[in-house]
Write a protein that binds this ligand. Structure first.
Ligand code: HEC
Length: 455
């Protein structure tokens, strides 16, 4: 029967030639576990496509319906099984795992020197895929339209607004207006479900076509003759190893989706400027770096440009044919440095989030009045306006001071700085001190809008 089908298809669509082309790809140096990350990425991407389409069946992409529809998905059951939450969980964890898998894939290609000639173009296409992955993660963040989604996107898009000259225009174009609303949601939804998937398909195909044309790089240690002598074909061993890898990530994603289903915070409330947004964990390190680089714009514009330039130019600058990581100490050391920094920065970011003071908008607005009336602005700059005698209070450095620390600073600054020239504002009432502390705490968060202006 199977044989008949193959014969039937072979006569009409030449299936045998296609199968042999797909399966008999030569693997110089033989099949290896080390090759599985790429197919794991592809697998997670396909998983995202499938679960994404399922979610789209129930999702309503307007501010009136988005949150309700996601909430509905979360409560959708089939014969008592919470299938909705499960599918959403797979999609949610799939995005995290995809970022990790892409990271491992990139790291491996880098350490193995597999980006070197003649694979420069394949690497370039890979950097495009990396950018697409990040954009998919960012655009998906808004879709549940809960508090985290809304304020996270406010902060994210505000950062785009910092780009000189064109930033504001780009920001407004992305948002489809000054604030976040129906247009923003349909922009993000269209980007996430139509534009990005199309680009993904195109660039993944390009990546694979180039891969099939130049072939796998093979082990970095062997000579071409050795690799030729030990080569085998893609099928069956590599197919088996790849399948194991895919099964492994699928089980991991499934376990995460079951044990830690994604939450849904309360529906986005544009007037709740007291909300402390935090980015997805894989953006933590960038967020922390951005907080530390001053002036802001150097980090917000310079950092992504620097990362992009380094990645894009790498195969063109590093032309030495030597591939073994054991003979490229600089590459290995810089990888270690980047990885360790990312971990440290992420830990710092997470600790920073814990310290963020919950502020309520009413005190914040009253606090700003007290601030202006007490002459603080004469010495301190806030959002670009004010004196230069004291530190800029809209800088990030202040975030993390407790309310107690701040009130002591207002009434007895010498307790913190023995030679302080800041006057003691002992006449402030307890309420005014509280309001002022809330106002100050609301300042200086990365990308955080001036709380008293419209967002
Ligand atoms: C005469 C100038 C002056 C005035 C007015 C002033 N400050 Fe200051 N402030 C300073 C200086 C200088 C410092 C730096 C640390 C120090 O010397 O106390 C400072 C430090 C601070 C800090 C700590 C900043 C940090 O990064 O550690 C806060 C918060 C602060 N001021 C809030 C206020 C508020 C609120 C007012 C108004 C009620 C105010 N200041 C009025 C000069 C001033």
């Amino acid at each position: 029967m199977g044989q008949k089908i193959v014969e039937y298809l072979d006569e009409r669509v030449r299936i045998r030639a296609l199968m042999s082309f797909l399966l008999n790809e030569p693997m110089p140096g033989g099949s290896r576990w080390a090759y599985i990350p790429g197919s794991m990425v592809l697998f997670v991407l396909i998983l995202q496509f499938i679960t994404g389409m399922m979610l789209a069946f129930y999702y309503g992409g307007t501010p009136d319906h988005a949150w309700d529809s996601v909430n509905y998905i979360d409560h959708l059951t089939y014969k008592g099984v919470p299938v909705g939450r499960l599918i959403r969980g797979i999609h949610y964890w799939g995005s995290s795992i995809m970022v990790i898998a892409v990271g491992i894939h990139l790291l491996q290609v880098f350490l193995w020197g597999a980006y070197k000639r003649p694979r420069e173009i394949m690497w370039l296409v890979g950097t495009v895929l990396l950018a697409l992955t990040m954009t998919a993660a960012f655009s998906g963040y808004l879709l549940p339209w809960d508090e985290r989604a809304y304020w996270g996107t406010i902060v994210g898009t505000n950062m785009i607004g910092l780009i000189p000259l064109v930033g504001e225009a780009i920001k407004d174009a992305i948002r489809g207006g000054v604030g976040l609303g129906a247009l923003t949601l349909s922009h993000f939804f269209t980007l996430h479900t139509m534009i990005l998937p199309t680009l993904f398909i195109l660039f993944v195909m390009l990546h694979m076509v180039i891969f099939r044309r130049v072939g796998p790089a093979g082990p970095f240690s062997g000579t071409p003759e050795q690799n030729e002598a030990t080569k085998d074909t893609f099928y069956p061993r590599q197919v088996l190893m790849d399948s194991f890898g895919m099964m492994g990530v699928f089980i991991l994603i499934l376990i995460l989706a079951i044990l830690r289903p994604p939450g849904l915070e309360s529906v986005a409330n544009p007037s709740n400027a007291a909300y402390n947004p935090t980015p997805a964990w894989y953006f933590d390190w960038i967020f922390q770096l951005l907080k530390m680089i001053r002036p802001e714009i150097v980090g917000v514009v310079g950092l992504p440009v620097l990362i992009a330039v380094v990645l894009v130019l790498l195969p063109f600058l590093d032309k030495k044919p030597v591939r073994s990581p054991f003979r490229r100490p600089l590459s290995v050391l810089s990888t270690l440095f980047v990885l360790v920094s990312m971990v440290v920065l992420s830990i710092m970011a997470e600790n920073g989030y814990k310290k963020l003071v919950e502020v309520d908008r009413a005190s914040m607005v009253r606090g700003q009045v007290v601030f202006n009336q007490s002459g603080c602005i004469g010495c301190h700059t806030v959002f670009g306006k004010g004196g230069k005698i004291g530190p800029d209070l809209s800088e990030e450095g202040l975030v993390g001071h407790s309310e107690h620390w701040l009130t002591v600073q207002f009434v007895n600054s010498k307790a913190h700085f023995p030679d302080s020239i800041m006057p003691d504002f002992t006449y402030l009432t307890k309420q005014q001190q509280h309001d002022l502390a809330m106002y100050i705490s609301s300042l200086g968060r990365m990308g955080w809008p001036d709380p008293t202006k419209a967002q």
